[in-house]
Design a protein. Structure first.
Length: 295
């Protein structure tokens, strides 16, 4: 096959995203989790000389499989499109509260095999979704299903994952928002920090379900621009309190102000932010936020 140009790949990815959003218009079915990457991709498609996007386009497709008596079950497909997609396969992880860990691994490896055999060089997110819709039910743990329906606790699988969200906002000045961020983090047992000013940076870490609840509350407030710039998920082997504490890089959630300067005293000293992140072992995040190596 002839080598595709970055621009062609960007165009194919964009048209596939358009197709998905027209087929699945509701956020509970399809949601793009990194809008910045999409914006960069558009730029790349329109400008031959544009650089490669700095992050992969990421989105989630939710699928209700064809299962009798399991209307409760939902599978989520977290997808990331590498820059060379569709020349290379998409990265897809299927999760569901009805799957045990080993079933989830099994299902994902079978899906990958299917894609390797059937989808080289063509857009294949839709065929992956069809495959999950038709086959996922076969992997469900029947006992787990009956217990999860009785406890109606869809959080089961999420509670063995430790998540850290890096949120970027155009600015955070509003006193009430700043109070909400700290109060909600406390209520949800999340640690991290909030850097108000322009830009605004919020990091929260803790159980996956708590991080997702925090994000859904924060994004409902009015913002000029807010997005998850980066997300880390770590599987908790034991899942106990000690294991969670071990994963934390921050002890509580506090507001961090770094020597403000600027007319409104609102531009933070990014050098100090970099050193703070470096101390916490998160220096690589700085580049994701600001696109330059710190120093």
């Amino acid at each position: 096959t002839t080598e595709m140009s970055n621009r062609e790949e960007a165009e194919i990815q964009l048209s596939e995203l358009d197709l998905l959003s027209s087929m699945f218009p509701y956020e509970e079915e399809f949601v793009v989790t990194d809008q910045l990457a999409v914006a960069e991709l558009k730029h790349c498609a329109e400008n031959e000389s544009a650089e490669m996007p700095s992050s992969k386009v990421q989105f989630v497709l939710n699928v209700k499989p064809e299962v009798t008596n399991a209307s409760m079950v939902e599978f989520s497909m977290a997808c990331a499109l590498p820059f060379k997609y569709p020349t290379v396969l998409p990265e897809i992880t299927v999760r569901s509260s009805a799957l045990s860990r080993s079933q989830q691994i099994h299902l994902n490896s079978d899906l990958k095999t299917y894609l390797m055999q059937n989808c080289s060089g063509e857009p294949c997110v839709l065929s992956a979704r069809e495959w999950v819709k038709d086959h996922a039910a076969a992997y469900i743990d029947k006992e787990r299903l009956s217990s999860s329906v009785t406890t109606s606790n869809a959080m089961q699988s999420e509670d063995n994952t430790f998540t850290r969200l890096w949120i970027y906002s155009h600015h955070i000045y509003n006193k009430q928002k700043r109070k909400n961020i700290i109060d909600w983090a406390k209520e949800l047992a999340l640690s991290g920090f909030c850097m108000p000013g322009k830009p605004g940076v919020v990091c929260v870490e803790g159980l996956q379900s708590s991080c997702e609840e925090f994000w859904s509350r924060v994004r409902r407030l009015t913002w000029k621009r807010i997005l998850i710039r980066h997300r880390e998920d770590v599987s908790l082997e034991g899942g106990g309190h000690a294991e969670i504490q071990k994963q934390r890089k921050f002890s509580t959630l506090e507001e961090k102000c770094f020597d403000a300067h600027g007319a409104r005293g609102n531009h933070m000293d990014l050098g100090q932010l970099y050193h703070f992140l470096e101390e916490k072992g998160c220096a690589d995040i700085f580049q994701m936020y600001f696109g330059v190596e710190g120093h």
